[in-house]
Structures are given as structure tokens and as C-alpha cells.
Design a protein around this ligand. Structure first.
Ligand code: PEP
Ligand code: MN
Length: 272
């Protein structure tokens, strides 16, 4: 399995990589507060969406390009690397100088022109599985990125659509195990989008860690009830800190740990 590492984020080779932050970047204050808190709790990278892929065009679409200067301020102050979803290849020149890792969302897993463009970049790519993708289609989507020359790929299971509608999606732990067996890339989970209910997110995260997932991306918001997107599934800052403590105990059983950098270490982009 390939391993990524940099100052603050390690995944693979005995390390469980944790990416945490809000679904959407809403304001400098919201993003900075979250960044400082999740970093203090042990997250190696910060997540936050600038452009959002929402089911309804009437839902909050993200702050868009106007968020870039506030994002840079937050990264300068918090010294943590950013994972940001890219929804269009034209965003590469806007993002490439400050993101640590690109995220391809579930709705874009089949966007092969986007995947090809990301294959030409030198930044790691977190590739979410579409909620309707076979394991084989997900792995082939990763091949599109790899064929361009970019081998820094992290696969992410975020729930699939089944007949069951009582939770947002059905978390497919089978495919986490199979993707790990069949692919050379680290495989992480997104428990937040899978179950969609914050009270159950920690249990899903713990189960995935115990089963051998290489890490997780998780939604955290300082005030989930006021979040502009996905508040119902977002942990608050304290809930995330508690989960990180529980994960450490579980990870010890599977001989993994979370890398804890020095508190003031600078997080350089993952140029590997
Ligand atoms: C997200 O991470 O906020 C997101 C939209 O996820 P997904 O692409 O898995 O739906
Ligand atoms: Mn979300």
C-alpha cells in the first residue's frame, strides 16, 4: 500500500490519517475556530468546501472563489493543510498553490475529464466513491488519475444508495475491505455522509477504524445547528475531540496510531 506523509499528516504504514472540518467554509471565524480545534484534537488535515455540489440549486452552493482569501488567512494562522473539493477542472489554477489535497466528491467520481486533469497535478487526490458505483468502477476511476502520472490517491467510501432509506446512505464496509485488498492506495471512510446523523457518526468511525480503514474524513462544525450545509451529520468540536480519544484506544488494538505533530509545526502541501 502506498503511504503519504508530511509534517502533520501521515496515512498508511501504521498511521491512521484524520481529516476533519466543516462541510462548507462559511466565514473566517467559523473556519479558523474549527481549524484550531480539530488540529488540537489531532486531525492532520482540515477539510472545507468552497464550491458545494448540492442536490438542489436553491441550497447553499458554497462561498465560491470569494472565499479564497479568507481560506489563505485561516491556513496561515492555523498551520494545517487543507483538503478541498474540486468540482470543475477550471478551479485547479485557483486552488493548486494552497491546497494540500484535492477532494473529488461522490457526484464527480465519473467525471473523467476532471480525473484526467487531476492526474496532471502533483497534489494528492482523495477520490470518493460515487453512491452508485461498483467497487470496480471506483477503482477504475482511480486509474484515470494514476495514468496521468499522479499516484498519490486516497480512496474514500462514503456510503452507497440501497433500498434502505432510514439513514442517508448505506455504509459499505465490505468495499473498504475489498478495496484495501485489491488496490495499492490507502482506503479511508467518511462516516458523516454515510449515516447522515451525528449521534451515530462516532460509532461508525470506530467500527471502520477497528476493521482496518486507513483513516477518515469527518464533518465538524462549531455550531452544527447553524451550519449552512450538512449540520445534521456534523460533530461539534467537543464531540470530535472525544471521538479522537476513543479512536486512539481502538487503533492500539489494530497496531495503528494517529500521527501527532508538534503543535506549532508548519504543514507544507503534500508534494510527493
Ligand atoms: C462533502 O464531502 O461535503 C460531500 C459533498 O461529500 P460527497 O461527495 O461524498 O457527497
Ligand atoms: Mn457535506
Amino acid at each position: 500500500m502506498s503511504e503519504f506523509s508530511e509534517n502533520s499528516f501521515r496515512i498508511g504504514g501504521g498511521y491512521f490519517g484524520v481529516i476533519a472540518g466543516p462541510c462548507s467554509i462559511e466565514s473566517e471565524q467559523q473556519f479558523l475556530k474549527t481549524a484550531l480545534s480539530v488540529k488540537a484534537s489531532g486531525a492532520g488535515l482540515l477539510r472545507g468546501g468552497i464550491w458545494k455540489m448540492r442536490t438542489s440549486p436553491d441550497s447553499f452552493q458554497g462561498l465560491g472563489g470569494q472565499a479564497i482569501s479568507l481560506v489563505k488567512n485561516v491556513l496561515n494562522q492555523s498551520k494545517i493543510g487543507l483538503v478541498c473539493e474540486i468540482t470543475d477542472p477550471r478551479q485547479i489554477p485557483l486552488l493548486d498553490d494552497f491546497v494540500a489535497m484535492y477532494q473529488v466528491g461522490a457526484r464527480n467520481m465519473y467525471n473523467y475529464s476532471l480525473l484526467k486533469e487531476l492526474g496532471q497535478t502533483r497534489k494528492p487526490v482523495l477520490l470518493k466513491r460515487s453512491f452508485a458505483a461498483l467497487l470496480s468502477e471506483w477503482l477504475k476511476a482511480a486509474d484515470y488519475i494514476e495514468k496521468g502520472g499522479n499516484k498519490n490517491i486516497i480512496l474514500c467510501e462514503r456510503g452507497i444508495r440501497t433500498f434502505e432509506t432510514s439513514s442517508r446512505y448505506t455504509f459499505d464496509l465490505n468495499s473498504v475491505l475489498l478495496a484495501k485488498a485489491e488496490s495499492r492506495f490507502p482506503v479511508i471512510v467518511d462516516p458523516s455522509h454515510a449515516i447522515g446523523l451525528s449521534e451515530h457518526v462516532p460509532a461508525l468511525a470506530r467500527a471502520a477504524a477497528a476493521a482496518g480503514a486507513d483513516g477518515m474524513i469527518i464533518e465538524v462544525h462549531p455550531d452544527p445547528a447553524k451550519a449552512l450545509s450538512d449540520g445534521r451529520q456534523s460533530l461539534n468540536l467537543l464531540q470530535f475531540a472525544d471521538l479522537m480519544k476513543d479512536l486512539e484506544k481502538i487503533l492500539a488494538v489494530v497496531n495503528k496510531k494517529i500521527h501527532r505533530p508538534m503543535p506549532n509545526s508548519v504543514s507544507a502541501p503534500l508534494n510527493l
